[in-house]
Ligand binder design. Structure first.
Ligand code: M6R
Length: 359
C-alpha cells in the first residue's frame, strides 16, 4: 500500500536509503566480508567476457554496472538492449557469461535472449527483484535486488538497487581473483555513505518541485547532459522525465551537443547537467555555458568536490563509480513533480505497462 504517500513513485523514491542498507545487510557478513554464491563467482571468473542484456531503465543500470565491473573486477563487459540483441546479436567471445538485469524478471525481450543463450549452453545470471520470476527460473543463477515491490510504472528504486547489486558482484569477483582495485574498494562504507547521501537529497525535495515549476512545467523539450558515468545517468534521467511528464526529453553526451543537437536550443529550453567527476567537470561546464549563451535554462546537479556555489543542487561526495546512486535521485524527483504539476497520472502513464511481456 501507499501508506501516507500520494503516489507509489514518491514512496519508492523515498525508500532508496533503506534499500541500500538492506542490500548491504544481505550481501555482507557480520565480519564485513562480501557474500555472493561461489558458483556465480567461479562461473564468471571462468568466462572471458560478460554480456549484460536488459531493457529500459534496467539497460541504463547495466551501463553503469559495466563501468563498475570493469574497474573493480577487471573483466570486459558489453551491455546490450535486449530487443536488439535478440535478432541482431554481436559476435560472442569464446567463453561468454550473460547477466540479465530485470526488475520484474518477466520482460519478453530479455526472455527471448535468455532462451537462445540456454539453447547454446552459455551460463547466465538474472539480477531481479522478483524471486522465481521467469528470468530467474530460466537462468543458471539468480541474485535478488531486495528492493521490495516496485509498483509505479516509472522504475526508481530498482535502478539504484541494480547498480548496488552489480557493485556487490564486482566486489566479490575482485576478492576471489585478487584484483587490486576492487579489493581496495570499501563497498560497505561507500553504501553507508550513499544511503545517508540519498536521505539528504530526498529531504530537499521541495527544491526540485520549485525548479520543476520554474523551468519544466511548461516546457515542450528538455535535455539532460553529462560525460562518462554522468552521461549514463543522463539517459536514465531523460527516460524518467519523458515517460511520466510527456515532455520530449533526450539524454546526451555533453560533448556531442555541439555536433548537431545544440541547434535545438532556444530561449527557455531546459538543459540539466550532471557534474560529478573531476576529470570532465570543466568540459561539461563549458558545454553548459554554450547553451546558456543561446538562451537555455540551465540547472546543474553537481557533487560537492566539483561544485560551484550557484549549482542547482549539490550532492554529498561518494566514490566516482557510485555517483549515479545519488545523482539519479534529483532526476527522479524532477520527473515526479513535473508529471504531478502537469496534471498527469504519475504511477500509470499513458501507453505503458509495468512489465512488458510482448516482444
Ligand atoms: O522489469 P524490467 O526491469 O525488465 O523492465 C524493463 C523496462 O521495461 C523498464 O525499466 C521500463 O523502462 C520502466 N518503465 C522505466 O521506468
Amino acid at each position: 500500500s501507499k501508506g501516507t504517500y500520494p503516489h507509489f513513485m514518491l514512496k519508492e523514491i523515498d525508500e532508496q536509503p533503506s534499500v541500500m542498507r538492506r542490500i548491504s545487510q544481505e550481501y555482507f557478513s557480520s565480519k564485513g566480508e562480501v557474500e555472493v554464491d561461489e558458483n556465480i563467482v567461479n562461473s564468471i571468473l571462468d568466462s572471458d567476457r560478460i554480456y549484460i542484456v536488459a531493457a529500459g531503465t534496467s539497460y541504463h543500470a547495466g551501463l553503469v554496472g559495466q563501468k563498475i565491473i570493469e574497474k573493480l573486477a577487471g573483466i570486459p563487459v558489453e551491455v546490450h538492449v535486449a530487443s536488439e540483441f535478440g535478432y541482431y546479436p554481436p559476435i560472442l567471445s569464446r567463453k561468454p557469461f550473460f547477466i540479465f538485469l530485470s526488475q520484474s524478471g518477466e520482460t519478453a525481450d530479455s526472455r527471448q535472449v535468455l532462451s537462445e543463450v540456454n539453447k547454446k549452453g552459455h551460463p547466465s545470471l538474472t539480477i531481479t527483484n522478483v524471486d522465481r520470476s521467469t528470468l530467474s527460473r530460466e537462468a543458471t543463477y539468480t541474485m535478488l535486488l531486495h528492493a521490495g515491490p516496485e509498483i509505479s510504472v516509472a522504475s526508481t528504486k530498482a535502478y539504484t538497487a541494480q547498480i548496488a547489486v552489480q557493485a556487490v558482484l564486482a566486489k566479490a569477483l575482485s576478492e576471489k581473483s585478487n584484483y587490486e582495485s576492487g579489493k581496495q574498494f570499501d563497498l560497505q562504507t561507500q553504501l553507508a555513505l550513499v544511503a545517508n547521501g540519498m536521505q539528504e537529497i530526498v529531504d530537499e525535495k521541495q527544491l526540485l518541485d520549485d525548479m520543476s515549476r520554474r523551468i519544466l512545467t511548461d516546457a515542450d523539450n528538455a535535455f539532460y547532459i553529462g560525460r562518462g558515468i554522468d552521461y549514463n545517468v543522463a539517459l536514465e534521467a531523460a527516460l524518467k522525465l519523458k515517460e511520466i511528464s510527456y515532455i520530449h526529453t533526450e539524454g546526451f553526451a555533453a560533448g556531442e551537443l555541439k555536433h548537431g543537437t545544440i541547434a535545438l536550443i532556444e530561449e527557455g529550453t531546459p538543459v540539466i547537467g550532471f557534474i560529478t567527476d573531476k576529470l570532465s567537470a570543466g568540459h561539461t561546464r563549458s558545454n553548459l555555458q554554450e547553451v546558456l549563451s543561446r538562451g537555455a535554462e540551465v540547472f546543474t546537479i553537481s557533487m560537492k568536490r566539483v561544485a560551484n556555489e550557484n549549482d542547482g543542487i549539490i550532492l554529498p561526495d561518494v566514490d566516482t563509480l557510485l555517483t549515479p546512486l545519488l545523482s539519479v535521485i534529483p532526476a527522479q524527483l524532477i520527473a515526479y513533480y513535473t508529471s504531478l504539476n502537469r496534471g498527469h497520472d504519475v504511477d500509470q502513464p499513458r501507453n505503458l505497462a509495468k512489465s512488458v511481456t510482448v516482444e
